[in-house]
Design a binder for this molecule. Sequence first.
Ligand code: AMP
Length: 395
Amino acid sequence: MKILVLNCGSSTVKYQLLEMPAGDVLAKGNVERIGESEGILTHKTADGKKIVLNEVFPTHADGLRRVFDLLKDGVIKDISEIKAVGHRVVHGGEKLTKTCLVTDQIIKDIDDVYPLDPLHVPAHVLGLNVAKELLPGIPNVAVFDTSFHQTIPEYAYLYAIPYDLYTQEHIRRYGAHGTSHQFVARRMAQLLGKDIKDLNIITCHLGSGSSITAVRGGESVDTSMGLTPLEGLCMGTRCGDIDPAVLTYLGRTKGLNADQLDELINKKSGLLGLSQKSNDCRVLEEGVEQGDPASIRAMNVFNYRIVKYIGAYAMVLGRVDAIVFTAGIGENSPYVRAEVCKHLGLLGVDIDPEANDCHGKERKLSTPASKVDVWVIPTNEELAIAQQTYELVNA
Ligand code: AMP
């Protein structure tokens, strides 16, 4: 059964066509700069072919039509071979707690989440409508990044602010990257040959956005991201945890308004803000190697924050069986993994430097003496979305 997975951003569409349940990727790619004067479509197929088109894509629908043309050129004979579409939806709010079949009501419910996620919601709604229009009559499934975190207990998802703000404004911790945390936690259980119900796992999704989750018995019990994907770790351009009074202070002393503050903490902070150089871990790692103080400062904050969360979640879980590193930095940075693990001696973590010298591969890093299994497990959100879509349409 061929399933198309779509991840729609404001000016981008990432896609994968998978053969399910095998999980084979038949084609994948992305359309970028939709609505701009020149767009780019990058398309790769399973046989190693790569096509790059520089064309104008006035709308998401135009981009997807072009993707379908490319798919029909060798990957499928007819678009009717696509039997379902799985959509990545970043925020489901309080109402949309599970993967679900998309109906007009569901699209409306996703649209209603707008105040909580103004960045992604319009693009998701657009993507859902475009898929319905271009592939009529087939099931569309919405998979929410927040679903996995719905098991977090009240005392961990509530903020200590007036309770009305939760009941009326729905302000609480929702978390993010749930599809990724769930995927790598399940894979960890498979690799250990154990039932996930018997395991306590800390999953570290470290990419341009980063979050850490405490997973007990296969369920998320706490996660570092909050109402929005801003809370928690130091990220590429996001500040993560901050004293909220910093914002009121800046509002009062510098006259910054809500939008300016939003921009400051989401786009100008994190590794970029601290280093004043780059939001890219690769660039800063080079800086660290050359002894550049700004790079060292930024990476020290980044690494320390990860250690702090792992320590907190070890206490939350009471026992840690495994720690997983995933996403761009987690999968590719031996430096970050080593810097983090060297501070986890209290947990009995011991990693092998040779094993740690790996990039983007599934690998065990911990030594036989280590009390906790430490692994790199590449995340695969598209496969997870395709699996959930397949399960739902065949249920
Ligand atoms: P993601 O958001 O998961 O795609 O991760 C993107 C981030 O991964 C980039 O901003 C880089 O900072 C980081 N990254 C990618 N490759 C490497 C690498 N070889 N070493 C360190 N960081 C990397």
